[in-house]
Design a protein around this ligand. Structure first.
Ligand SMILES: Nc1ncnc2c1ncn2[C@@H]1O[C@H](COP(=O)(O)OP(=O)(O)OP(=O)(O)O)[C@@H](O)[C@H]1O
Ligand SMILES: [Mg+2]
Length: 309
């Protein structure tokens, strides 16, 4: 697949009004080829509405945009997009293979390629041995996997997924991340709608935060949702000791914890060794984006809940 350098999604000031509700109130964003892009926002923020406008399933009330370089709703562009809707049901009497065949017809997949593509899609989503089973016998999670298989069937240039893991257990969620990475390696860009921070955090190259129909932040996770923190719970370190730790980057003391900002993971053992050299006993070392949820709440304009008293 030749990869163009044009954005796969490019929208400017997109608007959608339903009666008195501004579902989209001037949405602007761009998604680049080959990236996994997380579209993150609370319930009702406008995520599904955005997807519907991108695919031409609803018409914008204002603004403009392109999908794979063509105007929104263009049929040829849509053929090169894989889509997993938010709420969907396949006919329960169809076998998995028949569901794929139906969608192969819709995207005009050549007959000669079908057997290989069906096998590949079902294999990717872990349903290789269920091609002949009726959808009605599938669990909710298996149906969602099949939906993902359908979205990947045509080797699309862009895959649009609206809450793809809502029915999946933790193992299923991990599997989906692996599937998305595989699709990216094959050259697809992925647009992932989610209200779950943990979902986009582990797989997305960039994110946009949407709230009340507008993008309120866009960029890498670190840029949008705050820095990575490494917290070391340990005995108190004297000022000279603290000064000697400056080599590990910005540092603050919070109670019994030392908090290092954006410390790269390979440096953690060196930090531990330095603390041990200072004679400091360590209870725990935890890395993560502790402030993620708080930052998200700040961005979407809802104050963080009060700590329980
Ligand atoms: N067909 C419709 N008619 C009227 N209002 C609608 C319609 N579709 C969406 N809306 C309204 O537009 C707003 C955005 O809805 P949307 O479904 O895009 O949110 P979402 O971000 O996908 O939320 P969720 O996380 O719950 O899926 C909501 O206020 C919703 O009530
Ligand atoms: Mg939605």
């Amino acid at each position: 697949m030749t990869r163009s350098t044009e954005p796969v999604i490019d929208v400017t000031d997109l608007r959608k009004r339903y009666g008195r509700v501004d579902a989209l109130a001037g949405l602007t964003m761009a998604v680049q080829p080959g990236e996994i892009f997380g579209f993150l926002g609370p319930n009702g923020a406008g995520k599904t509405t955005t997807v519907k406008l991108l695919l031409g399933l609803a018409r914008p009330s204002g603004g403009r945009g392109t999908l794979l370089g063509e105007p929104l709703g263009d049929r040829e562009a849509r053929r090169r997009v894989g889509y997993l809707p938010e709420l969907f049901r396949f006919q329960p009497w169809l076998r998995a293979r028949e569901v794929l065949a139906l969608h192969a017809d819709l995207i005009g997949l050549p007959g000669a390629d079908r057997a290989r593509r069906f096998e590949d899609s079902l294999g990717l989503v872990g349903l290789a041995d269920r091609a002949g089973s009726a959808v009605g016998t599938f669990s909710k999670g298996m149906q969602q996997r099949l939906g993902l298989g359908v979205a990947l069937l045509g080797e699309p240039a862009l895959v649009i997924l609206d809450e793809p893991t809502s029915a999946l257990d933790p193992i299923g969620r991990i599997d989906v991340r692996a599937i998305l990475r595989t699709a990216r390696e094959r050259g697809a860009a992925i647009f992932l709608n989610s209200h779950l921070l943990s979902e986009v955090e582990q797989v997305c190259d960039r994110v946009a935060i949407v709230d009340r129909g507008r993008v309120v932040a866009e960029g890498t996770l670190a840029a949008v949702l705050g820095a990575q923190e490494t917290r070391v719970r340990c005995e108190a370190v004297d000022p000279a000791g603290l000064a000697s730790l400056a080599a590990f980057g910005p540092l603050r003391v919070e109670g019994r914890e030392l908090v290092f900002v954006d410390l790269l993971e390979p440096r953690v053992p060196d930090l531990v060794a330095a603390l041990v050299d200072l004679g400091v006993r360590i209870q725990a070392v935890v890395s993560g984006r502790e402030s993620l949820e708080r930052r998200f709440l700040e961005l979407v304009g809802h104050p963080p809940p009060e700590a329980p008293t």
